[in-house]
Design a binder for this molecule. Structure first.
Ligand SMILES: NC(=O)c1ccc[n+]([C@@H]2O[C@H](COP(=O)([O-])OP(=O)(O)OC[C@H]3O[C@@H](n4cnc5c(N)ncnc54)[C@H](OP(=O)(O)O)[C@@H]3O)[C@@H](O)[C@H]2O)c1
Length: 289
């Protein structure tokens, strides 16, 4: 009843789930990543799920290289769409609950107020399109929860926070875009939110609340503000200058505004969400620089 498998377990989110697992009692969690279980390999997946029964499948596996996806569309599609199609089918066969993670990049960023779960999607890049399709595939299974999050960072893996710390130590000046607005989200907070949902369900026999939810740390900022906060936290003598996205062309176009409205998550699961600066400081306090 409480057995869980985390796919893509060596990534940021998967590693954070493993890190905080001990805060939760009575959850029996198995961790696996692509080296052991490739979600695009249906026969291996079948074998894996035939041998073990899981009440919950947490899909933290994904192709997440946003710029590279522009030239690796097939690979991104395979992992983010075909892989998720496989998981949804198996979850249905084995009567497991599927918790799938998606992104703010399913939106085009033309809004001027936070996106709701039912706001129309219109991704601007290949990665976003694959994740939009992944949501459709995941939701074919009746017991699926899709949690969209944004600007994920962690002490594990490569991410914006670690890149800024490294560059700020190497350079005198960083030029960071200030016309893309979103909500940085500490993967530890998302990990805790997911395990709390499962624990609530296991302990209180709540029904599984299928559907789409938004989860991002509270508050908004630009990438420039995010970088400045990191540099200031460590008192690094590096200047951070705001620039326009047009002055920093990237292969993948990104939404100018991708703030997620998270009220549905807060009300449904009765969980508070931390403010982005508080979470960032918590993460930075554990980084050795
Ligand atoms: N990172 C962000 O800023 C962000 C923002 C919004 C939403 N999200 C979503 O949040 C979720 C978690 O993101 P994350 O940042 O934790 O991702 P991540 O750090 O890139 O981790 C993804 C993990 O999945 C693994 N993986 C890749 N292909 C696989 C396959 N075919 N089968 C099994 N595992 C595979 C990766 O292995 P390799 O490293 O060896 O490829 C990696 O360990 C994803 O769904 C992502 O789309 C991320």
């Amino acid at each position: 009843m409480n057995s869980i498998v985390v796919l893509g377990a060596k990534g940021q989110l998967g590693s954070e789930i493993k890190k905080i697992e001990s805060e939760f009692s009575g959850l029996n969690i198995t961790y696996t990543d692509v080296d052991e279980l490739d979600i695009t390999n249906l026969s291996k997946l079948k074998l894996f799920f035939n041998n073990r029964r899981f009440s919950y499948i947490i899909n933290a596996a994904a192709y997440t290289a946003v710029d590279k996806a522009e030239t690796e569309e097939k690979k991104a599609m395979q992992v983010n769409v075909e892989g998720v199609t496989n998981l949804a089918r198996l979850a249905a066969n084995f009567k497991s609950h599927l918790i799938h993670i998606s992104t703010d990049y399913v939106f085009d960023g033309k809004a001027n107020k936070p996106y709701n779960e039912d706001s129309p999607t219109n991704p601007l890049n290949v990665y976003g399109r694959t994740k939009q399709k992944s949501e459709v595939e995941a939701l074919r299974h009746v017991d699926t929860m899709v949690i969209r999050t944004s600007w994920l960072y962690s002490t594990f893996g490569n991410n914006f926070v670690k890149t800024i710390v490294r560059l700020a130590k190497e350079k005198n000046e960083l030029r960071i875009v200030y016309d893309q607005i979103g909500s940085p989200t500490y993967a530890e907070d998302l990990a805790r939110a997911i395990l709390t949902i499962i624990q609530q369900q296991v302990h209180h026999k709540n029904v599984f609340k299928r559907g789409i939810y938004h989860f991002a740390n509270h508050g908004v900022c630009s990438w420039y503000d995010f970088a400045k906060e990191i540099v200031n936290y460590f008192n690094l003598p590096c200047k951070v200058k705001p620039i326009l996205s047009d002055d920093y062309p990237t292969p993948a176009k990104r939404p100018a505004y991708s703030v997620l409205h998270c009220q549905k998550f807060i009300e449904t699961f009765e969980q508070e969400i931390p403010y982005w600066r508080d979470s960032l400081h918590r993460c930075l306090s554990t980084l050795k620089i």
